[in-house]
Design a protein around this ligand. Structure first.
Ligand SMILES: Cc1ncc(COP(=O)(O)O)c(C=O)c1O
Length: 448
């Protein structure tokens, strides 16, 4: 066994306040990643681990893609930055055209942001701007969903529905937001794919519209598959019913596809996979294979047209944008990703590997501490039983699995598994074998 290379641990770990991290735990027992290639990560102890969650769902094309590295460095040499307000460069237009070839329906108008949270914030603002432009300025309410995750700025937290993210900040959240129930029913046990029951949960939106007046609601935002809460797959017919209720009341439907976008379900977007076209899609993460921050909002053409037409000629039509909206380096990475998607037939690759991955995932069902498994395409969630405080099992199990050589994201009592699309069957086998070993170790510790 290789001895720890302590030279890779910085002298002090105290100054960096880490995000979404148990800082105290981490600083006692650091897990530093020192390298990444393909489906593997290396840590500061020289240990190799398989990446079972594509980073944070963002590197489905594998780590260290030469094509992306080269495109980014070439771009940096040619044009490192240009301001995105009242100015531009060719690449961002080229990318918008490429993205719009994959988006469903006529969601062909592309606004760039910095990340998923700012994509959601932008979608919220565009919804308001659209309704105002149409003379519907009374529509100020937003509907989110329990157990939804949309990011971390105030707008995204307000429409999100994960309680720990909300508790500390409840006093400063956006007014006028209501939540429909999440779609996870007690009978949804060990179901691969869409559950047969639960379509009626979409009627919560109708009830809220009856309560507040559908004409006052600007938009309803959901993740087609709730990712960060552990892969809650929508019941059959659920998304279609949400679409119908939105249409009835003139409510915009926003699909947050920050996780499900770019092939996670086997289709370019979950929208196509489930046959439901929203009015706005948000995306981020895999857009650049995670190497440069970038968010994207795709809107129906009529939304863009309405906002354009409402503004006088020569005026800025939408008072919104970021210093880093569609900067050259992010665009270069995203264009390289588009090339790889085409060249390597990435969506079909994800689709073809999905049944094998799902079979492997559900083979873990026999482990006594596994409480539930859900999955769709190249994503899955494993709920763990615990005899410690609820909400802690995921992290404890994550640490056991990390030692067993498999890395992923944990949330609450759930393990979130989202392999890279470049995985071959042997990699899926390795992920599943190491998960089994790690979960069994977690289970032993529980009993001691
Ligand atoms: C569905 C969804 N929306 C938004 C976000 C926020 O993205 P970011 O962390 O890039 O701001 C995430 C992040 O995981 C997400 O899963």
């Amino acid at each position: 066994m290789s001895s720890p290379d302590t030279s890779k641990i910085p002298n002090s770990l105290q100054e960096h306040w880490m995000p979404f991290t148990s800082n105290k735990d981490f600083k006692e027992n650091p897990r530093l990643i020192t390298g990444a290639k393909g489906v593997y990560l290396t840590n500061h102890k020289g240990k190799t681990m398989i990446d079972a969650s594509s980073g944070l769902f963002c590197n489905p094309l594998g780590h260290g893609r030469r094509e992306i590295t080269e495109a980014v460095s070439k771009q940096l040499e040619q044009l490192d930055y240009c301001q995105p307000f009242q100015q531009g460069f060719g690449g961002s237009f080229e990318l918008a055209t490429k993205i719009s070839r994959h988006t469903p329906g006529n969601l062909n108008r592309i606004f760039y942001t910095i990340c998923g949270s700012t994509a959601v914030e932008t979608a919220i603002k565009i919804s308001i701007a659209y309704h105002k432009a149409k003379g519907d300025g009374q529509r100020f309410r937003f509907i989110g969903r329990e157990r939804g995750y949309h990011g971390m700025n105030i707008g995204a937290v307000s429409v999100g529905g994960m309680v720990n993210n909300v508790k500390t900040f409840a006093s400063i959240l956006m007014p006028g937001v209501a939540h429909i129930r999440h779609t996870h029913l007690p009978e949804h046990k060990f179901i691969s794919g869409q559950p047969d029951t639960g379509v009626e949960l979409a009627d919560d939106l109708e009830r809220i519209a009856a309560n507040f007046g559908g004409e006052n609601i600007a938009a309803c935002i959901v993740e087609p598959i709730a990712g960060s809460t552990g892969t809650l797959v929508p019941p059959k017919g659920y998304l279609k019913r949400l679409r119908e209720i939105c249409d009835k009341h003139g409510i915009l439907l926003i699909f947050d596809e920050v996780i499900t976008g770019w092939g996670r379900t086997g289709s370019p977007f979950a929208s196509q996979e489930f046959g439901v076209t929203p009015d706005i899609i948000t995306m981020a993460k895999a857009t650049t294979n995670g190497v440069v921050p970038m968010g994207v909002v795709a809107c129906k053409e009529e939304i863009y047209d309405a906002v354009m037409e409402a503004a006088p000629k020569g005026a800025v039509e939408l008072f919104h944008g970021y210093t880093y909206s569609g900067i050259p380096v992010a665009v270069a990475a995203a264009l390289a990703v588009q090339d790889i998607i085409e060249k390597d037939d990435i969506f079909n690759r994800a689709k073809d590997m999905s049944p094998y991955f799902q079979k492997g995932l559900f083979s873990l069902k026999d482990i006594d501490v596994v409480d539930n498994i859900r999955g769709y395409g190249m994503m899955g969630g494993i709920d763990m039983k615990t005899n410690i405080k609820p909400g802690k099992a995921g992290f404890e199990c994550f640490k056991a699995c990390y030692e067993a050589g498999v890395n992923f994201k944990a949330t609450g009592d759930c393990l979130i598994i989202a392999p890279q699309f470049i995985c071959e069957k042997k990699h899926i086998d390795e992920i599943i074998d190491k998960l089994r070993a790690g979960i069994l170790n977690y289970s032993k510790n529980l009993k001691n």
